[in-house]
Design a protein around this ligand. Sequence first.
Ligand SMILES: CCCCCCCCCCCCCC(=O)SCCNC(=O)CCNC(=O)[C@H](O)C(C)(C)COP(=O)(O)OP(=O)(O)OC[C@H]1O[C@@H](n2cnc3c(N)ncnc32)[C@H](O)[C@@H]1OP(=O)(O)O
Length: 216
Amino acid sequence: MNARHTAAPSTDLDHQREAIAGLGHELRALVDATVRTVTPADVLHRVTDEVRRLTSQLTGRRRTRTEIPHVDEFPGGIRMFSPVTGPGNPLAPPVRVTPDGDGVTGHCTLGIAHEGPPGYVHGGMSAMLLDELMGWACSAAGTPAMTVSLQLRYHGPVPVETPLRVHARVTGTEARKVFVTGSITTEADGDRQLVTAEAVFVAPDPERARALFPER
Ligand SMILES: CCCCCCCCCCCCCC(=O)SCCNC(=O)CCNC(=O)[C@H](O)C(C)(C)COP(=O)(O)OP(=O)(O)OC[C@H]1O[C@@H](n2cnc3c(N)ncnc32)[C@H](O)[C@@H]1OP(=O)(O)O
C-alpha cells in the first residue's frame, strides 16, 4: 500500500478525490496487465465476466456531457478525470505538473499501453502530453485558453517505461492569443529534446466561453 492510501483525508472532498484516485490507480494497473498478459483465453473470459460485473456497480447516476465534476476546479485547477493529468482516469499516466521558473513541467512514465513503435511512445500520445502541458502553461500565465493550432516535430523516439519530463512555457500574447512552446525529454537526459512543439491558444471571449461551458 502506498502513502496515498494511508494519508488521512481532511474533508469530504479530499475523501472523494482520494477514492477516485485509488480506483484510477488500480484501473491503470489493470490496463497495464491487460496489454501485457499472455494468459490463455479461458482465463481472459473469466476476467472479462468479472470486469463486466464490476462495471455494473458504477452505473448509478452519471454526470452529463457538460457537467463539471464537483471534485474539479475549472478552469486552471484540479481535473480529476483529465486523460493526461487526472489521477482518476485510467487513460492518464497520470502526469504530475509542477510550476517552474518560466512555465510548467510535467513528470510521468508511460507504459506499454501508450506504445506506438515497439518500446516507444505513440506519437499521438506525445502530442496529447504537450497539448495539455501547454494548456497548463496558459493557465499558469493567467490566461486559461484552448488550442487553435499545434505543430510538432519528432526528433527522436520517446521510450516507454522511462521517466519523462514535459516542459511548456508561454512565449508571448497578442490580445486573446497565447503563443506557447513545449518539449519532451527523458529525466535522465534533459538536454536532448525528443519532441518539440509550437502552439497557439485562444482564450474564448466571455460569450463563447458561456456557450461552451454552460455549467461553469
Ligand atoms: C473560460 C475559459 C476556459 C478555457 C478552457 C481551458 C481548458 C483547458 C484544458 C486544456 C486541454 C488541452 C487543450 C485542449 O485540448 S483544447 C481542445 C482543442 N481545441 C478546441 O477545441 C478549440 C476549437 N476552437 C474554438 O472553439 C474557437 O476557435 C475558440 C473558442 C478557441 C476561439 O473562439 P472565439 O470566438 O473566442 O475567438 P475568435 O474565433 O474570435 O478568434 C480569436 C483570435 O484567434 C485567432 N484564431 C482562431 N482560430 C485560429 C486558428 N485555428 N489558428 C490561428 N488563429 C486562430 C483568430 O484569428 C482571432 O485572432 P485575430 O483575428 O483577432 O488576430
